[in-house]
Write a protein that binds this ligand. Structure first.
Ligand SMILES: Cc1ncc(COP(=O)(O)O)c(C=O)c1O
Length: 416
């Protein structure tokens, strides 16, 4: 049974992890399951699972269209989720919240709804070298459709992007600056407010990929002064199939719809249609209703645990992991900044292929990631085809980090 998180006291990963049934398992002949692949997707607490199960059992119906009790219940819960997300990102206007299927869908929505109308040949789309493919490919597609060009702000040797370098890349042709708040490979935490300020001074649209920020640090779109911010539910304890696009009201309100269908219209005739109000204009078709309810439960859970505490905890885990790996594993090289980083650590080890290491670790019950982590251009810049990655969350313990580092040491000894 789920514990009531509202009665929670100081931060303790051991306490929180009791809410996550999936973590309480032994695999591969009695090895404890150690889940260190949180940047790819996180696990769900009972509170989220129960909220979704209750919705399917008691209140489910389609939203915004039924004249019956179940539809009213469902609509109420769906819109309550939107209001909770609005609070979570720091806006008092729920109409600035569009439910999408994830970060990727949010960025594609912006690229299409805004870019198709606004971009002209010669315009520049500015990205950074540390982006996930989700924040590269939609822009490359738009560039191909409109004749705009894509440019990348360079990362330095430490994996940092400096505001002066951004300032030097912004020019009179730049129309949009889209960048990750936190790198899913390097763990770099970008100075989002500085980037947004520089872009605003030049009247450049800002799109923040907050996929790796929203789950781990407090988020306030007003403090950032960002135009658009996208993130995914499944990376913050919520279900798959739901994501959030925050957009400044005046902007979203001025854009045409991207997808057409039910819900996004005001009126349809034989000759055409008039689009509906936002956010419905961008939510064509039946939305992810129960997923929104699960996302609401995830946000409530994070609220109780406290994002500041989560951030601190993860930084402690990542520092400890890096410190021990540097001390104990010959040929270990960290990618990205040594300090002030998010709870993500990608690395390479001389004469050990990341894939081989991941397989050895898996045999010890440890879930990590090996590959390019959907950032092939960044890996090319680093002169690598692949790296290993561990990424932490609120339920990971120092004991798990020690178990992981010991397992790396043992695996490396066998693989060389
Ligand atoms: C920085 C970043 N952006 C975007 C994405 C894409 O998220 P999704 O697959 O949920 O759309 C990810 C997922 O790993 C990510 O780490």
């Amino acid at each position: 049974m789920a514990t009531d998180v509202r009665q929670a006291v100081p931060f303790s990963p051991e306490k929180w992890r009791r809410d996550f049934p999936i973590l309480d398992q032994q695999i591969h002949r009695q090895r404890p399951l150690v889940f260190l692949d949180n940047a790819a997707s996180t696990q769900r607490p009972n509170q989220v699972i129960d909220s979704m199960s209750a919705a399917y059992r008691q209140t489910y119906a389609n939203v915004h269209r039924g004249n019956h009790w179940l539809s009213e219940q469902s609509t109420f819960q769906f819109e309550a989720a939107r209001a909770a997300v609005a609070r979570f990102v720091g806006t008092d206007n729920p109409r600035e919240i569009v439910f999408t299927s994830g970060t990727t869908a949010g960025i594609n929505l912006v690229a299409r709804a805004w870019g198709e109308v606004q971009l002209r040949p010669g315009d520049e789309i500015l990205l950074t070298e540390l982006e996930h493919h989700s924040n590269i490919v939609p822009w490359q597609q738009m560039a191909a459709r409109t004749g705009a060009t894509v440019r990348f702000v360079p990362v330095d040797q430490q994996g940092l992007i400096h505001p002066e370098v951004v300032a030097a890349q912004l020019n009179e042709r730049t129309r949009v600056f889209a960048f990750a708040a936190v790198s899913n490979v390097l763990g770099t935490v970008n100075p989002v407010s500085d980037f947004c300020r520089l872009a605003r001074a030049r009247n450049v649209l800002t799109v923040v990929d907050a996929a790796q920020h929203a789950p781990h640090e407090p988020l306030n779109v007003r403090q950032w002064d960002a135009d658009l911010v996208a993130f995914s539910g499944h990376k913050l304890l919520g279900p798959t199939g739901i994501g959030v696009l925050y957009g400044r009201f005046e902007l979203l309100d001025s854009w045409p719809p991207f997808l057409g269908g039910g819900s996004m219209i005001d009126r349809v005739t034989w000759d055409g249609f008039t689009p509906g109000e936002i956010p419905a204009r961008f939510e064509a078709g039946t939305p992810p209703i129960v997923e929104a309810i699960g996302l609401h439960a995830a946000i409530d859970y994070l609220d109780v645990v406290g994002l500041e505490a989560i951030q601190q905890h993860e930084r402690q885990l990542v520092e400890h992991a890096i410190f021990r790996l540097e001390q104990e594993v010959d040929g270990f090289r960290l990618l990205g900044p040594r300090h002030d980083r998010a709870g993500i650590a990608s690395f390479v080890i001389d004469r050990v292929h990341p894939q081989d290491l991941a397989i050895k670790l898996d045999l010890q019950g440890i879930a990590t990631r090996a590959g390019h982590h959907c950032a092939m251009p960044l890996h090319e810049k680093l002169g690598l085809s692949a790296s290993s990655r561990v990424s932490f969350y609120l339920y990971n313990t120092l004991g798990e980090v020690d178990y992981f580092v010991d397992a790396v040491g043992a695996a490396v000894a066998k693989l060389r």
